[in-house]
Design a protein around this ligand. Structure first.
Ligand SMILES: Cc1cc2nc3c(=O)[nH]c(=O)nc-3n(C[C@H](O)[C@H](O)[C@H](O)COP(=O)(O)O)c2cc1C
Length: 307
């Protein structure tokens, strides 16, 4: 018997839990010739801002052992152009579309969400709260600012809001709870880990901005721990993200408490890995004779969730 991979996330029905991770799958439709997009649980777009952004200067990517560093700097065409073309193309995929949004101020977040929320093709908004604000501080490192952003967008959004948090905090469970209490309908745990690498041939940093975000297989145990810690402290569902390369990795995040998973760096190696992860999840459930994926969420936490 085919196991049931479907899940519900913040009221959105997904045929399976596998999401693209923001920024690693472009605007989402460009890979239509490479993989069957309709097989994905949902497409999360790269982060969109109110105005277009060129991003940081090169070099913006560096390889490290079992992972990579990036400092893309939120390069994107801006929300008005995004709504005109990429979003229309995305809607043709028939897959739930989650648009990632960032801003340098509360009003930038709110204005961007207002424009997106008017479009019927958007299933949810992911708030990238792990990017720097005007004062170059990470938004979710300033709890008051984070709460203002979430409360502000909740007032104008017709769709669920999912807060994507930075893992670089003292207490991820408390941060997730603060996001939930401000109105977030779900959380993504987590974004990249601040890191740097130096080229010992040139004695220069490998990234133009010196520091960037680390992703890939090397971060998985740290991100699984974030999910495990937050799960029992919050009611809203979690997207587990960080270093998922295989179906086994995805299952690991779900056992720790994730309802859905985001696959990022692995899809940069090959977009087909997204489909491989879905197929492998199905194989693991079949092998273990588990009928529904829902049965495994939070098992390592003894399924104990704040009610
Ligand atoms: C090249 C690159 C670009 C990224 N751009 C974004 C972005 O625009 N917005 C965002 O919220 N996260 C962004 N991320 C973070 C990923 O969505 C994901 O949270 C992180 O890479 C951890 O997952 P992974 O180990 O599967 O890649 C980016 C990551 C990479 C590698």
């Amino acid at each position: 018997m085919k196991p049931d991979l479907s899940i519900e996330f913040a009221g959105i029905k997904l045929k399976n839990p596998v999401l693209t991770a923001s920024g690693t799958f472009g605007y989402g439709y460009e890979s239509a010739d490479l993989i069957p997009l309709e097989r994905l649980g949902a497409i999360v777009t790269k982060t969109i801002t109110l105005e277009p952004r060129l991003g940081n200067v090169q070099p913006r990517i560096a390889e490290v052992a079992s992972g990579m560093l990036n400092t893309i700097g939120l390069q994107n065409i801006g929300v008005k152009s995004f709504v005109e073309e990429p979003l229309d193309n995305l809607c043709k995929t028939g897959v739930p579309i989650i648009v990632s949004v960032a801003g340098a101020s509360v009003s930038e977040y709110v204005e961007t969400v207002k424009i997106l929320s008017a479009h019927s093709g958007v299933s949810a908004i992911e708030l990238n709260l792990s990017c720097p604000n005007l004062k170059k501080k990470i938004v979710c490192h300033d709890l008051f600012l984070m709460q203002d952003v979430i409360k502000g967008v909740k007032k104008v959004s017709k769709v669920p809001i999912i807060a994507k948090l930075s893992p670089l905090v003292t207490d991820i469970a408390e941060l997730a709870l603060t996001a939930q209490n401000a109105g977030s309908d779900g959380v993504v745990l987590a974004n990249t880990y601040p890191a740097m690498a130096i080229d010992v041939k040139t004695f220069k940093p490998k990234l133009s901005t010196v520091k960037g975000g680390m992703s890939g297989a090397c971060i998985k145990p740290m991100s699984v721990r974030c999910v495990y810690d937050a799960y029992s402290n919050i009611k809203v569902p979690i997207v587990g993200c960080g270093g998922i390369m295989t179906g086994e990795d995805a299952i690991e995040f779900m056992l720790a408490g994730a309802t859905a998973v985001g696959v990022g760096s692995s899809s940069l190696v090959s977009p087909a890995n997204l489909i491989k992860v879905i197929d492998e999840i199905e194989c693991i459930l079949k092998e273990k004779n588990i009928k529904s994926l829902k049965e495994i969420i939070g098992v390592v936490n003894n399924g104990q969730k704040e009610k």
